[in-house]
Design a protein around this ligand. Structure first.
Ligand SMILES: Cc1cc2nc3c(=O)[nH]c(=O)nc-3n(C[C@H](O)[C@H](O)[C@H](O)COP(=O)(O)OP(=O)(O)OC[C@H]3O[C@@H](n4cnc5c(N)ncnc54)[C@H](O)[C@@H]3O)c2cc1C
Length: 512
């Protein structure tokens, strides 16, 4: 095992600015790398063992705190770019370890609204294809190796509560399950979807943040497959995503990962559960509106048991809307957890850690002025430490507001799409206007003919274009063209049938 974490409690407080990162998932690791730029000492606490294993299936057994690890994970462009800016060379290291260097527009086939999307020879949607295990272990090795002198890791330790100042105005650190305490100037909470921060805040006398929830009762069943011989070179696509829209509640995603494998996930929505038995799994694949996925796995060798997952609803805890104690920030799934079929969770976590980097830099840049006022001694080094301490302890509310703006687009994409499925349970979220749903549908259908529509449209979900680019002139024109086609089809169906085959038809024919 490379970069073996050190499971000992840190020495008693040393001088210098200290940060605690709670949780060693994706948000925790990228936040730890960010914290190492700004703090003298950083301690990451993780309940699981961070020991490596040889393969994805074995690794998932160590990471009981990341049960989604067995399921397909796509790191979209914005997330990859965010990690790359914190850890330059990350992508190259992933590829060196066997990840695919992907262009999503070129290498993936999407099937939605009854037809495949037009194929691009090149797009702006660059990504990597890898198991969550490879993403996680590469990130862990890179963060530990680059910050060995500053970062200590306590794995196998469970955080059980916050440690408060006497007046309860500041979080001073955390208590571990066996009662030990670890203290710091800033506690960065990245404990994932089931984080108990709202309960810990309430126990400290604070109001828990209001939460918004959109639950389409998503169920996953996933399995690893070996690609058939020659597929990587000659197959019609490397990855495939099938949605059952309009109206269908079934879908599938095949993500190419290291070792010429696919991690294939079948999903069902609002009452539909993909089976976990051999026969049922295959049968479910045949029930999808596109047979490409079934055709591919029919000739592929299954490599592991089928694993299931339930409970991946969209939830956002609005920490920006309540009074928070000093000394803490929260990000990753602990703040906003999304329906994974839109593949945004890891990227939102990475972009959020980058936002933390910017917020820390801004807070610390303003610190000397605070220090000179507080200590009355300009240039006094202990005063300067006090000023830096005050700056990081006080940054929480402003950071949570800034973060709320950053996650607004991915939250809106996932929650508003899920609200359109009949039977979805919605709590605390306004229904999006119907025209927006109709507009988005017309864009999906325009993707059947025009790969540039997919590139611009998906870039918003890939977090590389701002949300107003949903109304980019090319998309507005494509949506208008689609409406004209729809009207023609309604009034002159024969003209629509006679339409010439599109590049997408050609790709689909090749896949079949
Ligand atoms: C089925 C499925 C498929 C997904 N597919 C995708 C995808 O394709 N693309 C994508 O971007 N995202 C995907 N996601 C979402 C993605 O997994 C999450 O968004 C991402 O893991 C969030 O990272 P995180 O660090 O916030 O939380 P996590 O990765 O969940 O990490 C939280 C960490 O905190 C630790 N922890 C928890 N409690 C304690 C405690 N008390 N003390 C100490 N440690 C603790 C846990 O052990 C864990 O290591 C998927 C999710 C699911 C469920």
């Amino acid at each position: 095992m490379s970069g073996s974490p050190r499971s000992v409690l840190p020495e008693a407080a040393e001088p210098g600015l200290r940060a605690l990162v709670l949780g060693g998932g994706l948000a925790g690791l990228v936040s730890a790398a960010v914290a190492c730029k700004h703090f003298d000492r950083v301690t990451l606490i993780e309940a699981d063992s961070l020991a490596h294993a040889d393969n994805a299936e074995q690794h998932a057994k160590h990471r009981r705190g990341i049960p989604q690890m067995r399921h397909p994970h796509t790191l979209v462009t914005g997330g990859l770019q965010a990690i790359e800016s914190v850890l330059p060379g990350f992508k190259a290291e992933m590829v060196r370890r066997g990840a695919w260097d992907l262009d999503v527009g070129r290498d993936f086939q999407f099937f939605d609204f009854g037809a495949p999307f037009a194929h691009a020879t090149e797009s702006s949607l660059k990504s990597i294809g890898a198991s969550r295990h490879l993403i996680q272990s590469t990130l862990q090795d890179e963060v530990l190796a680059r910050h060995a002198g500053r970062l200590e890791v306590l794995d196998g330790w469970r955080v059980s509560n916050l440690v408060w100042s006497e007046d309860r105005g500041t979080v001073l650190g955390v208590e571990l399950a066996d009662g030990k305490r670890v203290e710091a100037d800033l506690v960065i909470v990245t404990l994932g979807r089931y984080c108990r921060l709202p309960q810990w805040l309430e126990a400290g006398g604070y109001e828990a943040p209001p939460s918004q929830r959109v639950d389409c009762s998503l169920r996953y069943s996933s399995r690893l497959y070996q690609m058939p011989d020659g597929w990587a070179k000659d197959g019609p696509w490397l990855g495939h995503v099938t949605f059952g829209r309009p109206g269908g509640l079934r879908g599938a995603g095949m993500v190419p990962i290291e070792g010429n494998m696919w991690n294939m996930g079948l999903w069902g929505i609002n009452g539909i559960t993909p089976p976990t038995d051999e026969e049922g799994f295959q049968e479910y694949a045949t029930s999808l509106p596109d047979q490409s996925v079934y055709q591919a796995i029919r000739n592929a060798k299954p490599l592991a048991p089928i694993h299931k997952y339930a409970g991946a609803f969209n939830i956002r805890h609005q920490y920006d809307k309540v009074q928070l104690p000093k000394g803490m920030v929260v990000l990753g799934d602990a703040y906003v957890a999304l329906n994974p079929v839109y593949a945004q969770g890891m990227s939102v976590a990475a972009v959020s850690a980058l936002t933390l980097d910017q917020a820390l830099a801004a807070a610390l840049a303003a610190a000397p002025a605070v220090g000179s006022a507080a200590s009355g001694k300009v240039g006094d080094s202990s005063g300067s430490l006090e000023a830096r301490r005050a700056a990081v302890r006080g940054m929480g509310p402003a950071f949570q507001k800034r973060l709320a703006a950053v996650v607004e687009a991915p939250w809106s994409i996932a929650s508003s799409e899920d609200m359109r499925y009949p039977g979805t349970k919605v709590d605390g979220v306004a229904t999006p206007p119907r025209w927006l749903g109709a507009y988005v549908d017309s864009l999906f259908r325009a993707c059947h003919r025009d790969s540039r529509v997919q590139d611009i449209f998906f870039s918003v979900a890939h977090l590389t274009r701002p949300p107003h680019h949903l109304f980019h002139p090319h998309l507005l024109a494509a949506a208008a063209g689609q409406i004209v086609r729809d009207l023609k089809q309604r009034w002159w169906p024969t003209a629509a049938v006679a339409a010439a085959p599109t590049p997408a038809d050609a790709v689909h024919a090749k896949a079949a």
